[in-house]
Design a protein around this ligand. Structure first.
Ligand SMILES: Nc1ncnc2c1ncn2[C@@H]1O[C@H](COP(=O)(O)OP(=O)(O)OP(=O)(O)O)[C@@H](O)[C@H]1O
Length: 951
């Protein structure tokens, strides 16, 4: 189930000159995705000298601001939103006032400064540098938080005014006749003006009014609503005393948790949202016990999909206001009108779903105002997620708090449009003109990695005229990674996906705080990323139910696996989800060592991993036994019954029945496992994937080598969900997705996501979580609970069994094997010479080698054939030592299982993707090819295709 909160829905269709026109024809829901009209940036009107001064000022400002941003947690606001110039100005002003008022600098200019600020604000001039400093740092570090900055500016201004009012009274209420010096020594001119009218009645009045105002201004600056004052004070007290915030409301206590959210006054929206998260159609009891209501969680559902999408809402979820399509003569509502409308809706003044009538413009006014250049999409909901506290059952009386959501900071706000988009629109329009194709670029929707440009054809123009231009389009936009979508699903338009030259990072925190992630408290929900329309994609791993993650090295698999594990750590307690991590590369998952969700230490040895998979099979069987004995079909039903006390052990049994946690098994490099024990690993995986869903066991298999010897037909058939990052060849893409496309991805988290049941992959930019964020989450989790490893997972290596006929000759036999295999020369006299043994012993060794399939039978005086290749030497030695299954007949086994040899070949040749690919075709299974492939000439293999330009 994946959530797509499409800010896309705020589609903005605009028209301008030749590119005007509307996508009115495209009427389906998805087709209303945001599309922007085209507006070229205006020329800078400033003369050159002024531009140079501005440039120099901004240069220094950026430098200083960059330093300020490095103080504390590193932040990187979007370039286009930065207010470094203003921030720097305020910083300089703060230093100047401080120099004069604090350090009593005297003389010419200093006197002027004192006259201006001391004269205006009196004593308050002493506090001004601090106010200015706070505000300038805020402008440099968080310029995108316009609302927050405005609030702080208002609060500080009010504080300054009330301060001068108070200072005027405390300073003896001087009159104008007392002279300017007397005013300066009190509240300055401002204090005199605002305080003296009240002070003429009684001094108490201004003191009361301005004290109250000062207090209110403090609340405004700190964003504290009145009713949260006690909680805030308590939190401050706890912090000062170094106490744990133990007496905070627990999960399920809905009465007042808003202090956790830094909620702003007059914003009921977030409260509504939280209520919904806590109490969405769910009895409090079920909530306490961890029964997750995600709309039919127990058992299977009709049309079930792992992707949590927008679907019908059952409660008010704060959404980015949708921009309705506007008829001619009616102007588009402004952002402030939309915000006001949203507020009214939240306050119940406007029914849910209704929109206010838009004001009609006088006829002379332009139909549609131009879109400002580079509008910035308001950041999607980033209100923190309520912190959940659990009483753990598996681990005794431990109270466990999930990591607070602010451990994962918000990413930069996403852009709806940038100069890069305008340039591409121009290039596309020119290309269409040059080739005399009667079609128009009507808009685009921008995602974090790629932008999809929409082209509408005039009646009578063939779709092929555009798709045939794929190479020319690539040339015009100077990008080899152009994909043509014809048509855009649900729209009569051709989509051209072109990578953004200014890509955006998708923060995992934003994905997990999106509305759709909040729709469910299911612990197996992970943040996947953002789609091409900028909608968040969230998926439920329990419904996948198993996933294959593949892509070339550096394409973003490990980052995806990190996002997945961090999502689980953020949302699930160790009672809810346990994990087995297999990391043959040894470096990818070490950050998670010791988290209490692990059932066994991170497994790095491929051989142990194969054993752990066998343990998973045993665990699955145990769970199935319980399901069968107690008469349940799914582990969720079983757990629910256990929690409700309906599962009673048979009489005489000492067993304490506890709910089973979900078990997530993550294998970070499947190829390494398949090299060691292809048949065992494949058998275990197939068995787990076929049956484990009902047992709450889910597999995620990642590999950078999606060739058929690793991702075998059997594995593929049983792992229905796929996440393909950039692959190095179309063949690999076919292995992962059963269709081309992944080879055209641009790497670094750009992926095609094909959840179970979907016919077409969804292009997403994977969520990103930094190492420091992971570290913080892991530390929080580990500080509460120690990992409690199960001892039966790491099975002891079976005792070595040295065959009787080898007896004491094991060492010399191993030497003989090595000699024969490395030289590929099966001669008894060579053994005699090299091993310094007699003829009889050399003959015996040769017989032993023959019996173990290392050499062929004797051929008289000729040397024997050597049947084992040097690549297989390690396995053969292990078999002789009794460490593994003996290769009874290597030739036969190689024939039976060509994967071993092919794997070794590939491994030796290259750990990347350039190895032989001829193994692939035969193994492509018969998944329906929903998406066709255009070849370079633009000829379609069928309708409805991604068209791919040559790389
Ligand atoms: N979702 C993402 N957002 C932004 N950058 C990303 C994302 N995913 C990956 N990257 C970038 O790509 C680099 C490589 O990613 P990653 O290590 O996940 O690749 P990989 O496929 O696991 O490679 P390997 O198989 O070699 O381990 C990262 O260091 C990061 O810079």
């Amino acid at each position: 189930m994946a959530t797509r909160t499409s800010p896309a829905k705020k589609g903005t269709q605009q028209s301008r000159g030749k590119t005007s026109g509307s996508t009115a024809r495209s009427s389906s829901g998805r087709s209303t995705a945001k599309t922007k009209a085209i507006e070229l940036p205006a020329e800078d009107p400033l003369p050159l000298p002024l531009r140079m001064v501005r440039g120099a000022w901004m240069g220094v400002a950026h430098l200083v601001a960059a330093g300020v941003r490095k103080l504390g947690p590193n932040v990187l606001p979007d370039k286009e939103l930065r207010r470094d110039g203003t921030g720097f100005f305020m910083l300089l002003l703060a230093v100047l006032i401080a120099a004069v008022e604090w350090w009593a600098l005297k003389g010419g200019f200093a006197d002027v400064v004192h006259a201006v600020f001391g004269g205006t604000f009196g004593w308050m001039a002493l506090l001004l540098p601090m106010f200015l400093l706070v505000f300038s740092v805020r402008l440099m570090r968080s310029p995108e938080d316009v609302a927050g900055n405005n609030r702080i500016a208002i609060g500080l201004t009010l504080m300054t005014l009330s301060g001068t009012g108070l200072a005027h009274v405390i300073g003896g209420r001087p009159a104008l006749s007392d002279g300017l010096d007397a005013l300066w020594a009190a509240g300055g001119m401002v204090g005199f003006l605002i305080s003296s009218p009240l002070a003429t009645i009684t001094w108490i009045l201004p003191v009361a009014v301005y004290s109250l105002l000062a207090f209110v201004s403090l609340l405004i600056v700190t964003a504290t609503p009145f009713r949260h004052i006690p909680a805030r004070l308590r939190a401050v007290y706890e912090k000062l005393m170094g106490q744990e915030p133990a007496d905070r409301p627990q999960r399920g206590d809905e009465h007042d948790q808003s202090y956790l959210y830094g909620e702003e006054p007059g914003r009921p929206k977030q409260k509504k949202q939280r209520k919904r998260v806590f109490a969405r159609g769910k009895p409090a009891e079920a909530e306490e016990k961890g029964d997750y209501d995600d709309g039919g969680f127990y058992g299977d559902e009709a049309f079930e999909t792992p992707v949590i999408d927008d679907g019908p809402e059952t409660g008010p979820v704060p959404t980015v206001p949708a921009t309705p399509k506007v008829p001619p003569g009616v102007r588009r509502p402004t952002q402030s009108e939309l915000a006001a409308e949203q507020l009214k809706r939240e306050q119940g003044l406007l029914p849910e779903g209704a929109t206010e009538a838009l004001p009609v413009l006088p006829q002379a006014a332009p139909a549609v105002p131009p879109v400002p250049a580079n509008p910035v999409q308001p950041q999607p909901p980033t209100t923190p997620i309520p912190q959940r506290t659990e009483q753990l059952q598996l681990s005794g009386d431990v109270t466990y708090t999930l990591p607070p959501s602010d451990f994962l900071p918000p990413g930069p706000p996403s852009k709806e449009r940038s100069e890069a988009n305008d340039a591409v629109v121009n290039a596309l329009t020119e290309t269409l003109d040059q080739f005399k194709v009667d079609a128009k670029v009507t808009g685009f929707s921008r995602g974090p990695t790629v932008t999809r440009y929409e082209i509408e054809l005039s009646p009578g123009t063939k779709v092929e005229r555009v798709t045939a231009l794929s190479k020319n389009i690539s040339y015009a936009v100077a990008s080899s990674d152009v994909r043509i979508l014809s048509p855009i699903p649900g729209k009569s338009a051709i989509g051209i996906e072109i990578p953004n030259t200014d890509r955006e990072t998708v923060s995992l925190g934003d994905v997990l705080r999106s509305n759709n992630a909040r729709k469910t408290e299911h612990p197996m929900v992970m943040g996947v990323g953002k789609d091409v329309e900028g909608g968040f994609v969230v998926a439920n791993l329990a419904k996948m139910p198993h996933m294959l993650v593949a892509g070339a090295t550096g394409a973003g698999k490990s980052s995806f696996v990190n996002s997945m594990i961090t999502s689980i750590l953020m949302r699930a307690t160790p009672d809810e989800v346990r994990m087995v991590m297999v990391d043959p590369k040894r470096v990818e998952l070490t950050a998670y060592e010791g988290v209490p969700h692990l059932i066994t230490p991170i497994i790095t040895s491929p051989k142990k991993a194969a054993e752990a998979l066998q343990w998973v099979v045993r665990e699955m069987d145990t769970r199935y036994d319980d399901l069968a004995n107690f008469g349940y079909k799914h582990i969720d039903d079983f757990n629910k019954a256990v929690r409700n006390g309906k599962v009673v052990p048979p009489e005489g049994s000492q067993r304490v029945i506890k709910p089973y946690p979900y078990l997530l098994v993550i294998v970070d490099e499947l190829a390494d496992l398949m090299m060691v024990a292809p048949r065992d690993v494949e058998d275990s995986i197939v068995r787990i994937t076929q049956l484990a869903r009902a047992a709450g066991i889910h597999l995620v298999l990642a590999t950078q080598r999606p060739s058929v010897d690793v991702v075998t037909g059997l594995i593929k058939a049983n792992v229905p969900s796929r996440m393909a990052f950039a692959t190095s060849s179309v063949t690999d893409s076919r292995v992962v997705l059963d269709q081309p496309g992944a080879e055209k991805l641009i790497g670094q988290g750009d992926a095609l996501f094909l959840p179970m049941g979907a016919s077409k992959p969804m292009r997403v930019q994977g969520a990103w979580v930094s190492e420091s964020e992971i570290h913080e989450v892991v530390e929080h989790v580990k500080s509460q609970l120690k990992a409690d490893y199960r001892e039966d997972v790491a099975v002891e290596a079976p005792k070595k069994q040295i065959d009787d006929d080898i007896g004491d000759d094991l060492d010399v036999l191993l030497q003989a094997t090595e000699l024969v295999v490395t030289t590929q020369f099966g001669s008894t006299s060579m053994l005699q010479r090299k091993l310094r043994v007699g003829f009889a012993k050399a003959g015996r060794l040769m017989d032993l080698l023959e019996s173990r399939g290392v050499v062929g039978p004797s051929e008289g005086s000729k040397a024997r054939d050597v049947l084992v290749q040097p690549d297989d030497l390690a396995a053969t030695l292990a078999a002789i030592r009794g460490d593994g299954p003996p290769p009874a007949d290597p030739a036969a086994s190689a024939a039976a299982d060509p994967r071993t040899a092919a794997l070794a070949d590939n491994a030796n040749a290259n750990h990347g993707f350039d190895g032989p690919r001829d193994l692939v075709a035969e193994d492509l299974d018969a998944r329906p090819q929903a998406v066709d492939y255009y070849d370079d000439d633009g000829e379609s293999g069928g309708e409805d295709a991604w068209s791919l330009t040559g790389r």
